[in-house]
Ligand binder design. Structure first.
Ligand code: PRE
Length: 365
């Protein structure tokens, strides 16, 4: 009986100490948040190992026991880690691209065409603009499928300097001319900040390609543009880095950003890249921006594009990007992965079976 009382009494004291520790931990966490804010304003790194070491030295120097110094160090390191996580979470929450800042889906308006929200968008066109007639053949097919967006590369950032580099401004001119014939919107990649302003004369959406996802001067220039931006994930970029790249654009004043998962580099060789399908729901959860999946670059092959597109839509993607060429075998770039026009028509027919409807229906644009 007496022993029982003793245990109860000690446990009661323990409960009181727990409450005090909780109060102190919460007070400490608030201080860490305030420090995090100050550091953010000053642009200082949140993780500070020197500060952590000096705090550990100070507490172990006066450690009265019975915990030994290693145990005290371990416990405090856990507290530092939790504080750092809290600072990082606060920072992530504060991002303009974060859904916490903006719970509703952003609908990007490209002229009269809306991307995101309830619509499912298909962006199709050749990898590179090669000639007016080549673009015209694809544009006709894109229009006939009831789609609104024609893609095509005029500035081609190629791995080898000896590969076709694109028709540059002439390519943009062709895209505009042909798109106007078929009332289509043009999506094309810009690689140099100085070309962003000029691009406004020719195109409707500026693409920033995977290789330039962390070209910060280009991102800032895109942020100053009045055109919507189609931002592709870098091939070795984490989802967080991808969102920070989008934040560069939005923080400069351009909120009209679409994200595109296009596969990441892994050891797998049977596909050109590895489609990170989990990035789709993650991006949708973390951010309010429309999310696309590039089924051409992620796979690098034609035979699995349809199931990959279905997977993208099932995972919540707002749209699909794919490459179509009148004669892929003679294409000046990406000959192995572009589909021809009959294959594109068959693909679209399957897409319609998966809930992607013609333009007359507001579900697809
Ligand atoms: O003092 C700081 O600079 C903090 O950010 C606070 C704190 C802490 O919890 O004490 C958190 C993370 C840093 O790595 C170092 C210390």
């Amino acid at each position: 009986m007496k022993m029982g009382h003793e245990l109860d009494r000690l446990r009661q004291q323990m409960d009181e100490v727990n409450m005090k520790i909780l109060e102190l931990l919460s007070r400490r966490a608030e201080l860490a948040q305030m420090i995090g804010e100050v550091k953010k304003k000053q642009g200082i790194n949140r993780f500070d190992p020197i500060r952590e070491r000096s705090m550990l030295e100070r507490v172990t120097a006066v450690n009265p026991g019975p915990f030994d110094d290693d145990t005290i160090r371990h416990l405090f390191k856990q507290i530092f880690k939790a504080s750092l996580d809290l600072q990082q979470k606060d920072h992530k929450k504060a991002l303009l691209v974060s859904r916490k800042q903006h719970p509703e889906d952003t609908v990007v308006q490209v002229g009269e065409v809306a991307v995101g929200g309830k619509s499912k968008t298909v962006v199709a066109g050749p990898c590179s603009v090669e000639s007016e007639e080549q673009v015209r053949q694809v544009a006709r097919a894109v229009r006939d499928q009831g789609l609104s967006f024609l893609r095509g590369g005029a500035f081609k950032p190629r791995t080898s300097p000896y590969d076709f580099q694109g028709l540059r401004e002439e390519g943009l001119r062709i895209l505009r001319k042909v798109a106007d014939e078929f009332q289509l919107k043009v999506v094309s990649e810009i690689v140099n900040p100085v070309d962003i302003e000029r691009a406004e004369d020719y195109i409707d959406v500026i693409q920033i390609g995977a290789r330039n996802m962390q070209n910060f001067e280009l991102l800032k220039a895109a942020g100053a543009s009045r055109l919507p931006i189609f931002l592709k994930r870098g091939m070795s970029a984490t989802v967080e880095e991808f969102l920070f790249a989008a934040e560069y654009i939005v923080s400069k004043g351009n909120s009209q950003v679409m994200l595109c998962e296009r596969g990441i580099r892994t050891y797998e060789k049977w596909t050109r890249n590895t489609l990170d399908i989990s990035a789709v729901p993650l991006l949708k959860q973390e951010s309010h921006l429309p999310v696309f999946v590039d089924i051409t670059h992620s796979t690098g092959r034609r035979d699995i594009q349809l199931p990959v597109a279905r997977a993208a839509l099932a995972a919540g993607a707002d749209g699909i990007m794919l490459e179509v060429h009148p004669d892929p075998a003679v294409a000046l770039s990406d000959a192995n992965q572009q589909i021809d026009i009959p294959q594109f028509e068959a693909f679209m027919e399957e897409m319609r079976k998966n809930g992607v409807h013609p333009a007359a229906d507001p579900v697809i644009v």
